[in-house]
Design a protein around this ligand. Structure first.
Ligand SMILES: Nc1nc2c(ncn2[C@@H]2O[C@H](COP(=O)(O)OP(=O)(O)O)[C@@H](O)[C@H]2O)c(=O)[nH]1
Ligand SMILES: [Mg+2]
Length: 375
């Protein structure tokens, strides 16, 4: 801002000098009459100011251009009123730029009214990316959801997003009791939670259906494993037997026809150890297992998860138990593998408490977990 004082004989004269000096953008801040100290005549004192930044940004370039144009264009080619065609087209392009800017501002003003909605979708996108579903799927879900109407609140939007994400994932219903005896096998990598999940499921069946349950372990290698299972089984009032080879397992299962449920635990094996995986298969074939659960920790990243499902595929699992949800930061990276494998999800385990920390899978529950609510 430039401020300057002018002294003139008349207000008109002062004003002309101010605009000639400071330009059209000048504003008069104050004016007062006074006496010329030497002549004693009336004079006028005017204080004017100009915003130099504004003047140079707004008016000067065009004005100067026009002035320079007329000066230069006198000697140049075709012109209109002293302005060359080249310079006229430049002015038009500037006008078009201005039009574009005005349109942008208009768009901004328009979307300001849907600001609340916009922030919902922004929040949804952030939540999806944090859930590790991948940027591509996150954008797809947000764009699909934003094209729909009728959401009541943000929770409702999350619910719809979850429905979209888990759309292609199959679910396996929880164990049910009927007249036919059922033999279940539990397989999976070492430490994935097979034994714990098996005990939880066995106790739940015993409690819910007052069922006659037998637990057999084929994992006779783990130090203290048999004693530990024996303890859990006897506390829960469940029968228990170890089986040291497939023949022995076949024989026990063959004799135990009156049971409602038989749960068979197996040795933990690395998915890389294909020989041992075939060994486990022999056990479950000998037992004529009706249904095989692959137990896998949800904390395992997408790539290992895919490998586990692929390699344990030789044993023929029917459904998946996703364990250690409580230890898992985000389950989003597993979604692609779950969909492409086609393996149904049966149970989730959410802690070490026996038998409490196991639950059947529902899509609503998966959505809750995806968005960070594991309780
Ligand atoms: N935090 C947590 N720990 C679990 C869960 N399931 C099993 N575990 C623990 O994981 C460890 C290995 O479990 P275990 O059942 O022996 O695995 P296995 O080798 O596959 O039979 C044990 O310390 C269990 O208490 C779960 O859902 N959450
Ligand atoms: Mg075990």
């Amino acid at each position: 801002m430039k401020i300057k004082k002018y002294i003139a004989n008349t207000f008109k004269e002062g004003k002309e000098r101010i605009f000639a000096d400071l330009g059209d953008e000048a504003v008069i801040l104050s004016s007062r009459t006074a006496k010329n100290p030497t002549t004693g005549e009336d004079i006028i004192e005017i204080v004017a100011a100009v915003d130099e930044g504004a003047a140079s940004l707004r008016t000067r370039p065009i004005r100067e251009k026009l002035l320079n144009v007329s000066a230069r264009s006198k000697s140049a080619g075709p012109s209109y009123n002293g302005t060359s065609l080249e310079e006229i087209s430049q002015i038009f392009s500037e006008i078009n730029e201005l039009k574009d800017t005005i349109n942008e501002v208009r768009e901004l003003v328009k979307y300001k009214h849907s600001g609340a909605l916009g922030s919902f979708y922004k929040e949804l996108y952030i939540r999806l990316v944090n859930a590790e579903i991948g940027e591509e799927l996150a954008l797809k879900v947000v764009s699909e959801i934003s094209g729909k109407k009728g959401f009541t609140d943000f929770e409702n939007i999350l619910q719809h997003a979850g429905d979209k994400i888990f759309e292609g994932i199959k679910l396996s219903p929880p164990i049910e009791k009927n007249d036919k005896r059922k033999v279940f096998g539990f397989i999976g990598p070492t430490g994935s939670g097979k034994t714990t999940s098996l005990i939880k499921a066995a106790i739940a069946c015993k409690l819910i259906y007052q069922a006659d349950v037998l637990i057999i372990t084929a994992d006779t290698y783990k130090v203290g494993g048999i004693e530990q299972m024996q303890t859990f089984a006897s506390v829960a009032g469940i029968s228990f037997a170890p089986a040291y080879n497939p023949e022995e397992l076949k024989s026990i299962v063959g004799k135990e026809q009156k049971r409602d449920f038989i749960f068979i635990d197996t040795t933990g094996r690395s998915q890389q150890d294909e020989e041992s995986l075939r060994g486990i298969r022999e056990y479950l074939l000998a037992a004529e297992a009706d249904y095989i659960y692959l137990v896998q920790s949800a904390a395992t990243g997408g790539q290992t998860f895919e490998q586990v499902i692929d390699k344990f595929g030789v044993i023929g699992p029917n459904a998946l138990i996703l364990s250690k949800i409580d230890e898992t930061a985000a389950i989003g990276s597993l979604i692609g593998v779950l969909k492409s494998s086609g393996l149904p999800l049966a149970y989730l385990t959410t802690g070490q408490q026996i038998p409490d920390d196991i639950e059947p899978v529902t899509r609503d529950r998966l959505t809750e977990i995806l968005f960070g609510n594991k309780d």
